[in-house]
Structure formats: structure tokens, C-alpha cells
Design a protein around this ligand. Structure first.
Ligand SMILES: Nc1ncnc2c1ncn2[C@@H]1O[C@H](COP(=O)(O)OP(=O)(O)OP(=O)(O)O)[C@@H](O)[C@H]1O
Ligand code: SF4
Ligand SMILES: [Mg+2]
Length: 331
């Protein structure tokens, strides 16, 4: 049997704001195998980033993980002390964000930042750490790494800065990398380079990757399995080809309606209706106000995740009664 590296069960992360409790992540479950590339997809506000921040235990205030289990290499991360988590961040689990500046410190040179990261997690001398930093900058494709590492983050172009951020994340060879919209701010050609780089590094280092994006084209190219989120819950989980060709959840169908062909990159089109308010989310199935297949029971009962065939999991009361179109049919 395949071994899960990360297993999330019934995760709940809420934000306790003055306006009320925002149920950003409300009972999310999925797992990730060793060496797997998993996509997390869903409209803005569906809980993708909050899920990643929860695994790293860096949810900002007023957010709080209020329930569930996050097992990483068989250990429940929610039981770890902050010190244990600090050790784990970077050395085992790392994250890169849309804005590379958010993971780089503007007042230190790239050399200082990378060697500090290496030294925080490994018992090596500064000169050995510097050697490792040069190695990783070469790996992510920074030309003249030894000279350029003496520069500050602002001296790098957007694409190069994202490479430096990736280098920082990889400095201790994490087993799991979250990439949260890592190419959204970059030019299309640079986007492709950074995605290829991530793919290469994943193979070379044997990492598992969770790719968070709005871009169904990126998801199709980069992942072998996809978790579709809607309003803080999982709608559907399936292998990438299976999901694109035989979606079973009405929400997945609306996401795919934006992608005429696998080889064409397109961002999500706007799906009719509003993204729900997560302080007072819709009852039952949260998608019901926007779902053209909704029946009265959808308003009343929360659909639970069920495995409808091996490795294809969905949460929808009506899946047996509806026939959906995948991306091929949308041509
Ligand atoms: N600091 C915060 N305070 C209150 N609510 C928050 C906070 N951070 C996130 N949320 C809420 O949590 C929900 C999920 O947000 P999250 O950032 O995970 O969405 P996302 O799927 O990553 O969206 P996007 O595609 O726009 O990045 C949203 O409704 C958001 O408003
Ligand atoms: S449970 Fe009902 S409302 Fe929700 S997606 Fe399925 S059919 Fe639509
Ligand atoms: Mg996000």
C-alpha cells in the first residue's frame, strides 16, 4: 500500500473576527503520498491558503485551528510544540508564496538569508553553509550565484526573486513543499520557467508538492491528483486525468467549463452567483445556491465525502442522478 506523507482529517480553521466567526476551513480531509504532486484548486476564498498555513501552523490571528488532525510522517502536527514546529518548518515542510518578497528579508543579502536557513537546521560551519547556498542557487538557475548572492532581494527581477525564494524554501531539502500561486505575479514565459524548475526540483529531490493555483492549465501540467475546495470544504478528489475527463461534482464541472482543452492555459472564469459568506455559510451543501442540479435535500443535509470508485471521492447527494461534462466535452 502507498504510504501517506501528509494526512489531513476533518481540519477546521476559523477566524474569530468582530463581525463573527469566519469558517474558512470547515472539516477538510485529504492525504498526500510520498513524492506525489497534488493540486489544491477552488475559487478565491475557498480556503486553499488557510489549509497550507494550517499545516505549517502559521495561521495569523484572529485565526485558530479548532479541530481535526494533521498527520505528517505519522505524527500529529497539532500536538507539536511551537519549538518542534519551528524545527520542522523549512527542514521538512516549506512554503513559497505568490509574492516572493514575503519570504525574503529586504535588509539582508541573499547570502546571509540562505546561509542562516541552512545553519538553523543543520550543524554546519558558515563556510559549509555558504557552499550549500551556492549549490542550491545553481540548482534553481541563478547565474553567477557566488557573486549574485551578495546582493539584496530588491536587486533581483521578479522571476529571479521567485527563484531565490524557492532556493530559500529548498535550502534544507524539505520533504514537502507547498507552492501557493507561485507564478501568478510573473510574466507568462517566466511562469513556464519557474514551473519547469519546480517540476525538475521535485524529481531531483524526491519532494512531495502541493500546488495551489487558480490556473487549471498549471494544475493539469503539474499534478497527478487534485483536491477541489469550495467554501472551506472538499467537493471532489480524483486523479488529474479522471477529474478533467469524468468530473462528478457540479462545482468541478463549472470550474472545468473554463478550460476547453488540457493544453490551453486559462484561469477560472467567473461562476454565476456569489462566493458564500463564510460567517453564515449556506446550509447543507454550501454550493446549493449556485448549483443547477440542487434538490431540496441539498439545502438540508451536508453531503459527506464518499469514495465512488477507487481513488475518486466526492461530496454530492445527487452524483448518481446527474451526468456531467468533462473538459473534452466542453470543446
Ligand atoms: N486574517 C483573516 N481574517 C479573517 N478572515 C480571513 C483571514 N485570512 C483568511 N480569511 C478568510 O478565510 C477564507 C479562506 O481564505 P484563503 O486565503 O484560504 O482563500 P484562498 O482559497 O487561498 O483564496 P485565494 O485564491 O484568493 O488566495 C476567506 O473567506 C478569507 O476571507
Ligand atoms: S449536493 Fe446538491 S447542491 Fe451540492 S453539488 Fe450536489 S447537487 Fe449540487
Ligand atoms: Mg490563497
Amino acid at each position: 500500500m502507498e504510504e501517506a506523507l501528509l494526512s489531513i482529517e476533518g481540519l477546521k480553521t476559523y477566524f474569530f473576527t468582530e463581525a463573527g466567526v469566519v469558517k474558512a476551513v470547515d472539516g477538510i480531509s485529504f492525504s498526500l503520498m510520498k513524492g506525489e504532486s497534488l493540486g489544491l484548486v477552488g475559487e478565491s476564498g475557498s480556503g486553499k491558503t488557510v489549509t497550507a498555513l494550517s499545516v505549517l501552523r502559521i495561521v495569523p490571528k484572529p485565526g485558530k485551528i479548532t479541530g481535526g488532525k494533521i498527520e505528517f510522517s505519522g505524527k500529529n502536527l497539532l500536538k507539536n510544540t511551537e519549538k518542534e514546529m519551528q524545527q520542522m518548518r523549512g527542514s521538512e515542510i516549506a512554503i513559497i508564496f505568490q509574492d516572493p518578497s514575503s519570504s525574503l528579508n529586504p535588509v539582508y543579502t541573499v547570502e546571509t538569508q540562505l546561509t542562516d536557513v541552512v545553519m538553523a537546521h543543520q550543524t554546519v560551519s558558515r563556510s559549509e553553509a555558504k557552499r550549500k547556498a551556492i549549490e542550491i542557487l545553481n540548482l534553481v538557475g541563478i547565474p553567477e550565484a557566488e557573486t549574485r548572492m551578495r546582493e539584496y532581494p530588491h536587486q533581483f527581477s521578479g522571476g529571479m526573486k521567485q527563484r531565490v525564494a524557492i532556493a530559500r524554501a529548498l535550502a534544507c531539502q524539505p520533504t514537502l513543499l507547498f507552492a501557493d500561486e507561485p507564478t501568478t505575479n510573473l510574466d507568462v514565459t517566466i511562469q513556464a520557467q519557474v514551473l519547469n524548475l519546480l517540476n525538475d526540483l521535485k524529481k531531483k529531490l524526491g519532494m512531495s508538492l502541493v500546488m495551489i493555483t487558480h490556473d487549471m492549465g498549471v494544475i493539469a501540467e503539474m499534478t497527478s491528483r487534485i483536491v477541489v475546495l469550495y467554501a472551506g470544504r472538499v467537493c471532489e478528489i480524483a486523479g488529474t486525468n479522471e477529474l478533467f475527463e469524468r468530473p462528478k461534482h457540479p462545482y468541478t464541472e463549472s470550474l472545468l467549463a473554463a478550460v476547453p482543452r488540457l493544453d490551453m492555459r486559462k484561469t477560472l472564469r467567473v461562476i454565476p452567483g456569489n462566493i458564500p459568506n463564510l460567517i453564515t455559510p449556506p446550509s447543507g451543501c454550501r454550493f446549493h445556491p449556485r448549483c443547477s442540479y440542487a434538490k431540496p435535500a441539498c439545502k438540508q443535509r451536508i453531503p459527506i465525502l464518499e469514495e465512488i470508485k477507487p481513488r475518486h471521492i466526492i461530496a454530492c447527494h445527487e452524483w448518481r442522478n446527474i451526468s456531467l461534462t468533462g473538459e473534452k466535452a466542453a470543446d
